[in-house]
Design a protein around this ligand. Structure first.
Ligand SMILES: Cc1ncc(C[n+]2csc(CCOP(=O)(O)OP(=O)(O)O)c2C)c(N)n1
Ligand SMILES: [Mg+2]
Length: 1029
């Protein structure tokens, strides 16, 4: 909250009124050359507002126009000019309107108007005073939050230098008033009665109030423990809604029952941390001390949302207060939490697990306030702050999708943030930008910021350039409710409003809990090293529970005995759970699962089958889907001619040649899975057409704007829906979102395609923190598919490499051990992810189908081609896709080398597109009987068994790994030790490829071609390695 550049003095808005006033003070305004005077009292607030069209939201519009007219009468339409002149001239209500003067009669009309502007001298002052009141109201609405008492420490982390916080009735403010700085109102006006504008609700049932009362009510609404930021919202209905919520007199009153519930929640929140501190004083837990009201805040949002019909809430949050949220919001058994502090617990599940303040949780229970079922899940997350935000959104979207909740009425998300992370992490912005996109919206998220005014050891003044940590939310017009977290009733109030806002408008909203952090970043840290003054103040600060209980005791809302009993009761609960936790000898990470998949596994949590099924399809089905892919299955649709040609080409491939190209292979896989009931969601930048204009899953009518056709949704009447969506230009946010979507159900094929593979690195955190180790850390599987276009095609260093080396480097397989178990399935089950680089459309088709047909889920990384999309040889016959066929982990050479394998001098192993360059070169050289080429299609898990078949088949051949990527990139470092392990280190493995380099590819096309030819020469030169051997 530093740099609050606007101050109380700056409560004065820069409005037309102000400009008018300064101008009118400098010199009287002229209308049509004559001096402008004003009629008394009949002005704007009376006669104009009595015009029949001056009601509801139109009055705001008219109001703006009136300001503009005051500044320059010519800036509005003539008819309005006349209305305002007449109104000012005291024409009776309803009579101010006159038809505009005829063209050419301007002079006459003006003369009349001048005559109508009577000589009633007090009018100007009256109008100005009313406008001043209106400006005052607006000033509080816009900037009241600048002087609200938001900081429990009152140490002004916000830069209040130029902003004397002055109470209205204090001398300074009166001075301010009498100095003429307050819109021209002065002390003598305080008892005058003013009509309230329609843009305020402070009057309740009153339409007029004395100025003193107006100011007092505005102070109550906008300058106490709540600071409301909303006037930037460009929707009048929404602004009015918020005004009502905070301005209506008496809105912040609570029943005795509500106060007691709030106190109980505060007791639990506070005493939970105290209990942990007592028992494990030297353990890190990232406690909530200083923001204990977070717990009642969340519970209020949940209660209110449950009341509004929400049945499932998906939450994401960072470290701070996480254990408390698990215990007191999600209701994780306390003994399960406490036993996490026992370092002697043995891990029972597979995987390496995670620290206690990262684990997730899923729990269905009855909401006590509403008596309705509610499911709460807290997503497991890595340390990387805010990374979980898009994942939560994706999972929420998926749950909404699967239960047909198209408006977000039954499923919603809550995201918690730290102040420093919310302001600093770009993924927050990326996530906000998904919030209103048709295929990504979750229909409103409630964001809660634990704003303890520090990030680790860093002050806000050096951590962000915005006034508040929450400014990022303004990009989506989300209202922001700042609240002093030491005022639990105010916290409860804003949380209620936030939940109602979400239920009413289905848009994001932010609650900024302004608080402090009683301890260091964690319980071991010494905060005085870096925040000495802040922590001197914190040491003096009474705890919020103490303050609130004193308030309720003083009010008589609770008795001391009841209060003490409540504390004792919770203490007992904690002690008993602690005793039980000592019996726990084994840590079950499965108990911390955030996304169970009921029915997918057998009762022991194992896959229902470990066999490898054929992924082929009957010919009729291939033909049927192929024809859908070649057609426009709706009437009267005008297709682009170029696209008609493409579809015709597909028809020919299906009907005459029985072959698939890449796009058709993908179509066959998608179409068949949809037909079998699997939902498919393909998301990424420009995926609908395909970056390389090969896919065309969404057809656009060339004559009717926005009329589209998705043939994939016309495959069969009972098929599952197909979602294909161009995403926002984000990788981190969108990949996180799709990962979350894939988490919700195993029965969906969720794919994210990078525009070019290299862009995956802006989503690195999702890949490194979630996709690669997700199962190991959180025992949850995920079948997300990443399609990463890749290939050295002379396009320069960018757009060439999907960085396969990075994915391969993160595989959990041991390169030095030849696996003994059954390969095809067991290896897949044991791996952390699958990495493939298919060289044929048929293999691509099979891998996509296998992803769903296998009985467990693993992330699949597909290194996809670019030039192969149209390569004449990169076509597959239907024969390779029929029943009985399946994904080929390795494609052996089936040419002349098979006739006399003993005579083969070399096996060149390769993967992906370079295969076609190798075969072309081999044909040119005519040595296809002595050099075999084998394609490794599944890089990870490595097909040791099938590689062994090849190396055994050609006992006299040397082994070469050939790749088009540079030596320190691509696959070489991954493949070499595995090849060596396969041949038991009896034969060397030679390298043919580009040399090591810093960049993925040269920017020079000629150099690219020279490099290509050079490594092809090496690959086929049988003497190339003699000197090295
Ligand atoms: C992406 C990322 N960068 C850095 C860190 C290291 N880190 C952990 S907590 C923290 C400070 C967070 O401050 P804030 O968001 O205000 O939350 P608080 O700890 O104050 O509750 C930092 C920098 C991290 N966890 N994630
Ligand atoms: Mg912080």
């Amino acid at each position: 909250m530093q740099h609050l550049r606007t101050t109380v003095a700056r409560l004065r808005p820069i409005t037309a009124t102000q400009t008018v006033k300064s101008q009118s003070q400098a010199r009287p305004m002229a209308v049509g050359g004559a001096l402008r005077t004003f009629e008394p009292m009949r002005s704007y607030t009376t006669s104009v507002s009595a015009e029949p069209f001056m009601n509801g939201t139109s009055s705001n519009y008219v109001e703006e126009m009136y300001y503009a007219w005051l500044e320059n009468p010519r800036s509005v339409h003539k008819s309005w000019d006349i209305i305002f002149r007449n109104a000012n001239a005291g024409v009776s209500p309803g009579a101010a309107y006159q038809s505009p003067p005829p063209l050419g009669g301007a002079a006459l009309g003006l003369a009349n108007a001048q005559a109508m502007v009577g000589a009633q001298p007090n009018m100007e002052k009256l109008v100005e005073d009313h406008l001043a009141v209106q400006s005052l109201v607006r000033a509080y609405q816009v900037r009241g939050h600048h002087i609200a008492k938001l900081d429990p420490l009152d140490i002004g982390v916000i830069d209040f230098d130029e902003s004397p916080v002055i109470h209205l009735w204090g001398k300074e403010r009166l001075y301010d008033l009498t100095a003429g700085g307050f819109y021209g109102l002065d002390e003598s006006d305080l008892d005058k009665v003013f009509r309230l504008p329609t843009t305020t609700f402070i009057g309740g049932s009153e339409s007029v109030l004395p100025l003193k009362e107006i100011i007092s009510r505005l102070e109550m609404a906008y300058c106490q423990s709540i600071g409301v930021e909303f006037m930037f919202i460009n929707d009048l209905e929404q602004c009015q809604w918020i005004r009502q919520k905070f301005e209506r007199p008496g809105v912040m009153q609570f029943t005795l029952e509500e106060k007691r519930t709030l106190l109980t929640r505060m007791v639990r929140s506070t005493k939970f941390e105290e209990f942990l501190q007592r028992k494990w004083s030297s353990e890190k837990r990232f406690g909530l001390e200083g923001c204990e009201s977070l717990i009642p805040a969340l519970k209020t949002i949940i209660d209110k949302s449950s009341m509004n019909g929400v049945e499932s809430i998906i939450m994401g949050m960072p470290h701070r207060g996480r254990l408390n949220v698990l215990a007191n919001v999600i209701h994780k058994e306390l003994d399960q939490i406490f036993c996490q502090f026992d370092s002697k617990l043995e891990a029972a599940d597979e995987g390496s697990g995670d620290v206690k303040y990262h684990l997730g949780m899923w729990h269905r229970r009855i909401n006590r306030v509403t008596d309705r079922n509610i499911t709460l899940s807290l997503m497991a997350n890595p340390s990387h702050l805010e990374a979980v935000d898009p994942v939560v959104q994706g999972k929420t979207k998926a749950e909404q999708f699967y239960c047909g909740d198209t408006e977000g009425k039954r499923v919603m998300s809550i995201l918690l943030h730290g102040d420093a992370a919310f302001a600093g992490q770009g993924v927050v912005y990326e996530t906000f930008h998904l919030s209103d996109l048709p295929s990504y919206t979750t229909h409103g998220t409630v964001h809660v910021v634990v704003n303890n005014q520090v990030g680790f050891t860093t002050d806000p003044r050096v951590a962000r350039s915005s006034s508040y940590p929450t400014d990022v939310a303004k990009v989506v017009n989300a209202p922001i409710f700042h609240v002093n977290a030491d005022d639990p009733e105010a916290v409860m109030y804003v949380c209620n409003v936030a939940a109602e806002w979400r239920a009413t408008f289905h848009k994001d909203v932010v609650v900024d809990l302004v608080c402090y952090r009683r301890n260091g970043h964690n319980e071991m840290d010494e905060p005085l090293f870096t925040q000495p003054l802040m922590y001197k103040q914190i040491k003096k600060q009474k705890g919020v529970l103490q303050k609130y209980s004193e308030k309720l005791l003083a009010e008589g809302a609770v008795s001391r005995q009841d209060y003490e009993e409540e504390i004792a009761k919770y203490d007992k609960i904690c002690e008993e759970a602690h005793a039980r936790s000592k019996d726990e000898k084994i840590l079950h990470i499965k108990h911390w699962l955030d996304s169970p998949w009921p029915g997918f596994f057998n009762v022991d949590g194992q896959p229902k089958s470990m066999t490898s099924l054929s992924t082929g399809l009957p010919e009729e089905e291939l033909v049927h889907i192929g024809y859908i892919a070649s057609s426009v299955p709706v009437e009267d649709f005008t297709l682009h001619r170029g696209l008609s040609r493409i579809l015709k080409g597909r028809t020919a491939m299906v009907g005459q040649r029985r072959v698939c190209d890449w796009a058709l292979g993908e179509y066959m896989a998608f179409g068949s899975l949809l037909k079998e009931g699997t939902h498919i969601r393909l998301s990424g930048q420009d995926v609908e057409r395909g970056t390389f204009s090969h896919r065309h899953h969404v057809l656009h009518d060339q004559k009717i704007d926005r009329r589209i056709c998705i043939p994939m949704n016309h495959i069969s009447p009972n098929q599952a829906p197909y979602t294909v969506c161009n995403s926002s230009l984000s990788e981190y946010g969108v990949l996180g979102f799709e990962l979350g979507f894939a988490m919700a159900s195993p029965n969906a094929l969720v794919l994210w395609e990078a525009q070019f593979g290299d862009f995956n690195n802006t989503a690195q955190c999702i890949i490194d923190q979630f996709i690669c180790p997700g199962q190991a850390k959180w025992v949850r599987q995920n079948g997300i598919v990443l399609l990463l276009p890749h290939g050295m095609e002379g396009m320069g260093p960018e757009h060439s490499s999907a960085r396969p080396e990075r994915f391969l480097q993160m595989c959990n397989e041991d390169p030095d051990t030849y696996p003994v178990s059954e390969f095809a399935v067991r290896q897949l089950y044991d791996c952390n992810w699958i990495i493939v680089n298919c060289s044929t459309p048929a293999n691509y088709f099979h891998i996509l189908r296998r992803q769903i047909l296998q009985a467990f889920r693993k992330p699949l990384i597909v290194i996809t081609p670019k030039s192969l999309l149209r390569h004449p040889e990169a076509k597959s016959s239907f024969d390779d896709m029929l029943p009985g066929t399946h994904f080929q982990r390795l494609i052996p050479d089936s040419g002349p080398v098979c006739e006399n394998p003993e005579a083969v001098k070399r096996i060149v192993f390769c993967t992906g597109k370079v295969y076609y360059e190798l075969t072309r070169e081999r044909n040119n050289r005519g040595n296809d009987d002595i050099v075999a080429i084998a394609r490794i299609e599944q890089l990870s898990p490595f097909p040791f068994d099938q590689v062994k078949v090849e190396t055994d088949r050609y006992p006299n051949a040397d082994l070469v790994w050939c790749q088009e990527e540079h030596k320190n990139q691509g696959y070489y470092d991954y493949v070499k030790p595995r090849l060596r392990t396969t041949v038991d280190r009896t034969r060397p493995v030679w390298y043919a490829g580009r040399g090591p380099a810093a960049a993925p590819a040269t920017g020079n096309k000629a150099a690219h071609l020279v490099e290509l030819q050079r490594f092809l020469d090496t690959a086929f030169n049988l003497d190339a390695f003699t000197e090295q051997s």
